[in-house]
Structure formats: C-alpha cells, structure tokens
Write a new protein. Structure first.
Length: 702
C-alpha cells in the first residue's frame, strides 16, 4: 500500500502553484483591529488598515498594529546614569566541574543600582516604528469609512483596498520594493476633491509589548525636518535623541508637500488621485526610488520567484473538511515568514509588525522561525539571517568566559549589537545553543551540488566553538560515570535553574548536536582535535529519566512532573526530544508514546504557545501516529488560532506569534517529506483516503 501511494505521488501532475497561492489570498471587508495586512521584503514591513494605508493607528493599537519596521531601525533612550552591562551581572555557583562560579546577566535584587541597570539594558535598544502614512481622515470619522473589499495578492506581493468616505469611492494600491525599504502607494477616486496623505512620526514608547508609537510631544527628543526638496521629492531627517534616519518621499502627480505641525507632513495632490513612494533608510539614499511602474514589476517578479522556486503543498485533493483551513494556514505562513523573517538579523517573535520584548529577538526561537526556509527550498533566506552569528560571536565568547567555559555561549534575548539582555529566565536557557549547529546542518544538506562544502567552510568555525561550549558545559559525575546538564532553565520555563538537572529535550539536543559537530569536524579534516573526548562525553551523556508509570519526567529532578501544575503547563518540551530531534539511543519510543498520550489527554493546553502544536505533531509523526499529528496541527485552542492574515494569535498581549507559523511549516515538511531513514511518503498523514496531500520541493528533516 505504501509503495502504491509513493508511485501515485511520484507520477502526479505538476501542482498549479499560482492557483494554490491565489485561492488563499486574504480578503477584508470590515474595519477590524485584528485584520490588518502586511507587505514587505523580509527586512522591512508595512502593515495597513482597511484603507490600504495606516489611517487609523490608534484604533488598531490593541489588535495587530499598523507597523512600519525594519532590521536597522533601533533607538535607545538617553542613559544619563551611565548604566553598564556589568552592573546587571550576578554571581551563581551551580557546582560545575570547572570549580568556578559564573556571572549571569540577571540583576542583583538586593542592589537598587543593579535593578535599575537591568531594567534600562533590557529595554534599550528597542525597535523603532519608523512612521505612519495614512489618509487625512480624522480618527473620529472611522465609523464613516465603509470598506468595500481589500485583497492581498500573495502571488505577486501587492494589495488593493476599496472603501468609501464622504460620498466618494477610493481604491488604494500598496506594495513594498523587494530590495529597498520603499513603500509604494497611491489611490484612484471618483471624488471631486483631492484627498491629502499624512506622514506622522511618533516618538518610541520603549514598552515591552506595543506598537512603539508615542504620539505625545517630546520637544528636543523627536524632530522631523526637511533637508532637501524639489517639485516632486522631499527628504526628511528624523532625529530621536541620538538616533538619526531619513525618509524620502517622491510623488508622480502635481502635488505639494508641506509641514502641518511638529512631526506631521502632508502630501496634497492638486487633482483627485495620487501616486507616491516613501523610502526609509539609515542614511540619505544615493539614488532616488525607482518609479512605480518599474518597482511594481520588480515586486511581482520577486514574489513569483519566491513561490515557484521553493516548495508548495496542495491540499485540494483531500476530503477531510479541515484540509482547506490547513492549506490556508500553510500558504499564509509562507508569506508572513518571507515578509517578516528574511532580513539581516534573527527576527523578533512578532516580526516587523509590532514590538514584543522591546522588539528584541530570542535566539531560542530562531529555529522556529528559520528552519522552515531550508526545508521549503529557500536556504538562501535562512543563510541571510544566520550570518548575524559571526557578528555575535565575540559577545558569545565573552559570556562563556565570564561563566568559566570554553567556546561560544549564545545569548537568549538580544539585538543587532548582540549584547545580552538581562533576564532572570533567559540567561539560564541553553536550548538555543545547538540551534546554530542544526541550522548550519540544514544549510549543508540543502547545498547538494558540493555536499555542502561551501557551508562547512563558512560556518565550520562557529559550529566548532559552539560544540566546545557544549562539551565543557556538560559535567562529569564520577559516581555514576555519566555526564549531566545542570544549572539551567529548560525550554519548559516553569522549572528553576538551581534545582533542575537533565531535562530531556536538552539532553537529546546535546547528544544530537555533539554528534553533528563531530561529523562536521571530520568534513573539515579536523576530527583529531576534539572528536575523541567529544565522543566519550556524548556516549556517556545521561539517559532521559522516566517514572514508574513509564512517563518521561520534565527533568531528572522533577519527580513530581505529573502531580505539580508547574510541570504540566507551558511548553510540553520533553516531546521535542523525539520530534524536533531524530531518534537517538537515549530515547525509549515506548515511553515517549506513553508520554505523548498522557500529555494529549491531561496537559494544561490553556497555558501553551503556538509552536507547541507543531512540536506535538512532529513527535506523533515520528511515532507513527499520523492522525494525532494532523489533529495536533488543527487542535481547537486559543493559542492555535490563525487570523484572516494568517497570523498565529496567542492572547491579548501577543496578537501574533511567528514561531507558531514557522513551526507549522517545519512540521508539515516532516509530515510530507519525512526524515532521514524514512521511506514512507507523507508519513505524518493518515493513509485512509482522506489526506491525499500533494507537494513539491520539500526537504527531509534530520
């Protein structure tokens, strides 16, 4: 039966990619704060309301905000107290074999100066909202705006928005240049009077989670001035404390551009209708923005290439009634990750749409955002952001040294400078450590032409130093003749660093990561340097602990795993030991199956996150439980909700959560293409006739 399925799938007709993508275009017919849509290029994004511009940012503030964000746009509040990173350090002794107590970036609660320094450093720098572009419609008139239909053309990366206001109809077009941070827009109308467009520039809020827009005056701290102007262009210089960037506006109609008030400028056409561009940049652009006709063709070609050169899944032949929704989530996730997560740095969890954790990114999440690019035929987009690790390496080396370890210890929460943000949780996480090895390995596997030699040559040094820390961090317990992991908070963050030993996912990740690093050392002809001692440590790494009910524990020390609410909330990360990761001798598949079934029936699902469902699906698929894999992806829970835009909604604070989207695509790659050693086609879908899933271009997972 499996052979027949494989034959049919191999012989299938080529998928109509245009049809798959276009039938999932999001459409909006109401003003809804959770229904904003985004255009962008991976390192810059522009999110709009139902008018096709950012006309009502205040209304969308508590939904999916109308962001204009980039990789490069960051700001820090003045630091008159001269807070320094070392003031947020606190010494801990976890009894590591090196006999050295290490310093961790957390804050010293007994020291007021240390607490203040940690608060400042955590919030600074923060990502900037670069400015709002919207129609000159008063916020109080929002009820008078009647949407007539808005559609985002996913296949060609542009948006059309129709609405009526004041007895006239308007049609707005919106897109972003694929290589430069330029918004192109304009409108057609049957109005007799022209509609001005306003450019509003907020001061940053510096809050943990919000749009980053403070609209109150900040004299001397927030200024916008024209530095160059012609009949069809204007260049603005934005100055926010010590941060400076530029906004270049170009219009193609007869229009005037003038200052209305501090940080508000107005573009007013002399006749109804308008076409303009707006470029945001850290320096004054050396060339003007391309004209709109040229730019729209570049944009269309960019997105056509994206959809045709990568992987695709077609669910239209499935008879399960949920298949259509799964396809919608899949296509929209492909789009959103390309828009938000394909820039020069790792992405933040809310991408380029609005700020969470001050706009900073979390390196334990980079796997959830970016692994899918390699598996879905876009390794170049993963490589684009992975190169940031070279810049971060000196900081990672410094962290390892001050804690008494060799190699590179990758930080958890950070920003383009790679400075470690103080955190009472993040500074003790370690599961971000092997991500560099995993992602580099995916790139190597994707570069089939030369067996990944270019990738191994490029990232080999980082892989080696990452593994050197992993080796040094594992403690040898002579009494039991094994290596243990301790002094950590695991991916399930409800556990405490001082009392947690051997969490199962981290143990398995250490085993896989070290084995992979040893294979890389062989490819670099450097196995003689470390592999002998690395192999001894890997072979003696602790087994995963389980209880008398044959259920894996959240950690070897978490003996109350199934009786304490702390251990049955947050991420069910112990499943990642065989799901995210392939089989290893540490894993007992019978115990893992028992654990999966217990978690399925008893976990506190109201306290989970969007990537937990794909993780469960991957574990189920590897355990030959395809029905559970599908059911996990489509589980009806709040944190597994997908909005009209495709964003993975979590709660009132996190109205979007891109690790959920990335996890969905990663899980689907495994469920369709399988993993190393798997010969079955679509192993993650039931072979009962209801899931005739057809796909092209997906890569196997390890």
């Amino acid at each position: 039966m499996i052979l027949m399925v494989g034959f049919v799938m191999t012989a299938q007709a080529q998928i109509d990619r245009y049809d798959v993508v276009r039938r999932n275009n999001p459409t909006v017919t109401v003003i809804d704060s959770l229904a904003s849509l985004t255009v962008g290029n991976g390192g810059f994004a522009f999110t709009v309301d139902a008018t096709g511009l950012q006309t009502f940012p205040e209304y969308y503030e508590n939904g999916v905000p109308l962001g204009t964000m980039s990789d490069w746009g960051w700001h820090s509040f003045p630091n008159p107290e001269n807070y320094r990173a070392e003031e947020a350090l606190k010494e801990y002794d976890f009894g590591h074999h090196n006999g050295v107590s290490g310093t961790y970036s957390v804050e010293n609660k007994g020291d007021e100066r240390s607490r203040a320094a940690a608060s400042y450093l955590r919030a600074n720098p923060h990502r900037l909202h670069l400015g709002c572009i919207g129609y000159d419609i008063p916020a109080s008139d929002i009820s008078l705006v009647e949407p007539k239909g808005q559609e985002l053309d996913l296949y060609e990366g542009h948006m059309g928005s129709a609405f009526s206001y004041g007895g006239a109809g308007y049609f707005t077009y919106t897109w972003v240049h694929p290589e430069r941070d330029i918004v192109y827009s304009g409108y057609m109308t049957d109005a007799t009077k022209p509609m001005p467009v306003k450019f509003r520039f907020p001061y940053p809020t510096g809050k943990h989670t919000d749009s980053g827009c403070d609209w109150t005056p900040h004299p001397g701290h927030n200024t916008t001035e024209i530095v160059r102007q012609s009949d069809s262009t204007a260049v603005l210089r934005r100055t926010l404390d010590n941060t400076v960037y530029y906004v270049s506006v170009r219009w193609e109609n007869d229009a005037t551009f003038s200052k209305e008030s501090d940080n508000v400028y107005v573009l007013t056409p002399k006749e109804p209708g308008l076409s303009f561009s707006c470029e945001y940049s850290a320096q004054i652009p050396s060339t003007e923005a391309p004209i709109s006709t040229e730019a729209i063709e570049q944009t269309k070609q960019h997105w056509r290439n994206y959809w045709n050169q990568g992987a695709i899944i077609d669910f239209s032949h499935c008879t399960d009634p949920r298949a259509k929704e799964l396809e919608r989530r899949t296509v929209l996730s492909q789009y959103l990750l390309a828009v938000n997560c394909a820039g020069d740095t790792p992405p933040q969890e809310t991408g380029l749409t609005y700020n969470s954790w001050f706009g900073k990114y979390h390196l334990e999440m980079i796997w959830w955002h970016q692994a899918q690019f390699a598996l879905w035929g876009h390794p170049e987009l993963l490589e684009h952001s992975l190169d940031w690790y070279f810049k971060a390496a000196p900081k990672a080396r410094e962290i390892a040294r001050r804690q008494g370890f060799d190699g590179l210890r990758w930080m958890k929460m950070t920003d383009p400078s790679a400075e470690e943000a103080p955190s009472k949780v993040g500074s003790f996480l370690i599961w971000q450590q092997p991500h560099l090895i995993y992602l580099a390995e995916l790139l190597r596997r994707a570069e089939k032409a030369s067996d990944g030699k270019r990738i191994v040559d490029k990232y080999g040094g980082l892989v080696e130093e990452t593994a050197r820390f992993m080796f040094d961090f594992a403690d040898y317990d002579a009494k039991s003749d094994r290596y243990v992991l301790k002094g950590i908070i695991p991916a399930q963050e409800t556990l405490r660093a001082a009392e947690t030993v051997n969490p199962p996912f981290e143990l398995s990740y250490w085993h896989w990561g070290m084995q992979t690093a040893m294979a890389w050392q062989q490819r670099r002809n450097q196995a003689h340097l470390y592999n002998k001692v690395w192999n001894r440590m890997t072979n003696k790494l602790s087994s995963l602990a389980y209880n008398t009910d044959q259920l894996y524990l959240a950690a070897e020390t978490a003996t109350d795993t199934y009786r304490d609410i702390r251990f049955t909330s947050d991420h069910p990360a112990l499943l990642g030991a065989f799901g995210i990761l392939p089989y290893s001798p540490q894993v007992n598949t019978r115990v893992m199956r028992n654990t999966l079934n217990w978690i399925w029936d008893h976990w506190n699902w109201d306290k989970t996150w969007g990537w937990d469902y794909p993780m469960v699906a991957m574990t189920a698929a590897r355990l030959n439980e395809p029905q559970k894999a599908v059911d996990a992806l489509l589980m009806d829970k709040r944190t597994n909700t997908y909005l009209v835009s495709g964003h993975n909604y979590q709660d009132q604070r996190l109205r979007l959560y891109l690790p959920g989207n990335g996890g969905l695509l990663t899980a689907l790659a495994l469920m369709c293409a399988g993993w190393d050693g798997c010969t079955e086609k679509n192993p993650g879908f039931p072979h009962n006739g209801t899931w005739d899933v057809r796909w092209e271009g997906l890569q196997k997972m390890p």
